[in-house]
Design a protein around this ligand. Structure first.
Ligand SMILES: Cc1cc2nc3c(=O)[nH]c(=O)nc-3n(C[C@H](O)[C@H](O)[C@H](O)COP(=O)(O)OP(=O)(O)OC[C@H]3O[C@@H](n4cnc5c(N)ncnc54)[C@H](O)[C@@H]3O)c2cc1C
Length: 410
């Protein structure tokens, strides 16, 4: 635990920078541990530039052979559901997740016992059984199929706003300001500099700045987090056709030469689903580098053509469906696709938290509890998430799916 000087409020005061999925849940967990919290964000929780600023994010427990992530998903799902009940706003839509493998399925098979253990089981289906259950999907080329029933999607942007509102409701301070880390004083970070030049001091600092983390800490993080441009397309389903609604179709993942995934349209079961945005199709392949602050976010014809090709191949009824919305977001990739959670190498009272690498959103609640434990209890960061494990990559960043594929099955 970081020592705090004698003063009127004896609580540990933590400044959390970034109100995305990581910073927001960290702030909430710190409040739960009795800390005083100030949460900063330059453009607000779930803003359009933030990695958490999309409409929807998948939550699934299948994580290859890695028990930690599967356990964190189970814990996070529990917290997401408790939170939506407590806050009276729907954040989680249970749809199940259909995993389709045209290539090897080592990733899925390695997950099965781990999923079973945490109560999020997945079952293998024959292709014939899957075809019968979801006739709106064309399964040609698919060799194996798994169905994870408890999976679903989270309403990302809305969730970040709900978390920040909960931080404020629980006595935290939420401030709109861009900040920079101040100079080091010995082995401690001496404070923050706000955009208006003023200074802000706390006992401890958590920087959860998503794709900006490398820019804020060019020496300590730098190229260890590389933001890449990702395009998302929402297609319009035929009028009155409910076959592509979340009530009738799960989230789907297709593992072939590349990994594509999607979220069904019309989550209008409760009249407020993000399905209203359309039938989402996304490519998990890492895109070109992006400047998260300055770059324009306009989709390209090349990526649209690729999304259309997947749509026509897997959902033939939707071939030629119009794009009703599109987004350009970024993954904030670490070299190996694992999260980055570590103490600042030069400051005992500062922590660096990020590297969601295209899969971090769902983990926000469990990650927040973990980071609160590091800050309040002074436990050591997990070895696999530390800075020392990450050298800036020579080639393109890898996804956690690729990392999973290289592991032997359990
Ligand atoms: C297209 C796409 C699809 C994805 N799909 C999934 C999925 O299906 N499931 C899943 O679990 N994950 C998914 N992810 C990954 C997930 O969304 C991210 O890993 C996660 O949202 C990262 O959250 P974060 O809090 O680290 O970063 P962000 O959400 O980027 O939050 C960082 C915040 O810091 C603020 N900030 C930055 N610098 C400063 C500063 N100097 N001062 C003040 N504030 C600052 C920013 O404004 C921002 O709000 C996806 C990501 C993308 C882009």
């Amino acid at each position: 635990m970081v020592g705090s000087p004698a003063r009127l409020d004896p609580r540990l005061h933590v400044a959390v920078v970034g109100a995305g999925a990581f910073g927001g849940w960290t702030a909430l967990a710190l409040l739960g541990r009795g800390a005083r919290v100030t949460l900063f964000d330059a453009w607000g929780p779930g803003n359009s530039r933030a990695s958490s600023g999309g409409e929807s994010r998948v939550i699934r427990g299948m994580y290859g052979p890695d028990p930690l992530y599967t356990e964190w998903v189970a814990r996070s799902l529990e917290v997401w559901q408790e939170a939506e009940t407590r806050w009276g706003t729907r954040l989680f839509h249970k749809t199940g997740c259909l995993w389709m493998f045209a290539t090897d399925d080592v990733y899925a098979r390695a997950s099965l016992p781990l999923l079973e253990k945490v109560g999020l089981p997945a079952v293998e289906l024959t292709v014939a059984a899957a075809r019968e259950r979801w006739p709106q999907i064309e399964f040609s080329g698919i060799r194996t199929v798994f169905f994870e029933e408890q999976a679903g999607y989270l309403r990302a942007r809305r969730a970040c706003q709900a978390v920040a509102a909960a931080v404020a409701a629980q006595g935290g301070e939420v401030r709109s300001a861009a900040v920079r880390p101040g100079p080091l004083r010995g082995h401690f970070l001496g404070g923050l500099t706000l955009q208006d030049g003023s200074r802000f001091e706390a006992d401890a600092y958590v920087f959860a700045c998503g794709p900006w983390l490398g820019r804020l800490f060019p020496t300590e993080v730098g190229e260890r987090i590389r933001p890449t441009r990702q395009e998302i397309f929402f297609f319009g389903t035929p009028e009155g056709d409910s076959r592509f609604d979340s009530a009738n179709l799960p989230i789907w993942m297709e593992f072939g030469e590349r990994i594509f995934y999607g979220i069904p349209g019309s989550g209008s079961v409760d009249g407020q689903g993000d399905g209203a945005r359309g039938f989402k199709v996304a490519d998990d392949t890492r895109g070109e580098p992006i400047d998260p602050t300055g770059d324009e976010r306009l989709p390209t014809a090349v990526h649209l053509a690729e999304a259309r090709e997947v749509l026509a191949r897997r959902f033939p009824v939707l071939a030629g469906a119009p794009v009703v919305e599109a987004r350009v977001c970024q993954y904030e990739n670490t070299p190996d696709g694992h999260l980055l959670v570590d103490r600042h190498p030069g400051a005992d009272n500062a922590w660096l938290v990020g590297g969601g690498s295209g899969h971090g959103f769902k983990l926000g609640p469990a990650l927040g509890e973990h980071v609160a434990g590091l800050v309040v209890d002074g436990v050591e960061p997990l070895p696999q998430f530390r800075l020392a494990h990450r050298q800036p990559p020579a080639g393109k960043p890898r996804s956690q799916f690729e990392a999973g594929r290289r592991e032997p099955p359990l």
